[in-house]
Design a protein around this ligand. Structure first.
Ligand code: V3L
Length: 85
């Protein structure tokens, strides 16, 4: 189920969790065997490529971040830019 895995994207010194809705979308695409998943994130369109595990901004492919699919308990900076204190 969706609660068993969490998707993360790379920050400067650690990993951020994707927001819950994006996590559901990523899990659905991943489990369907899709090659990639398109998401609207912070007002821009991004592509998450499942073969490279890289998130790329559609309008500027130089904006790239590594992504990972892991346990929800992994240490993270926060969720979608909202810091955990
Ligand atoms: N979910 C939410 N916001 C995102 C995502 C995403 N998957 N990807 C990019 N952004 P770029 P530190 C991140 C935001 O890749 O201090 C963090 O969430 C991105 O936000 O160049 O470096 C933090 O808010 C950035 O503001 O297209 O770890 C912030 O960076 C903007 O989209 C700082 O994190 C451009 O990202």
């Amino acid at each position: 189920g969706t609660d068993e895995h969490q998707w993360y994207y790379e920050g400067r010194n650690g990993w951020w969790k994707y927001d819950e809705r994006s996590n559901v979308e990523l899990e659905a695409a991943w489990s369907e065997g899709e090659m990639e998943c398109l998401l609207l994130l912070a007002g821009a369109l991004y592509c998450i490529d499942f073969s490279t595990m890289i998130q790329t901004r559609q309008s500027d492919p130089t904006r790239r971040r590594r992504v990972r699919r892991d346990a929800p308990s992994l240490p993270a900076k926060g969720i979608a830019g909202i810091k955990i204190i």
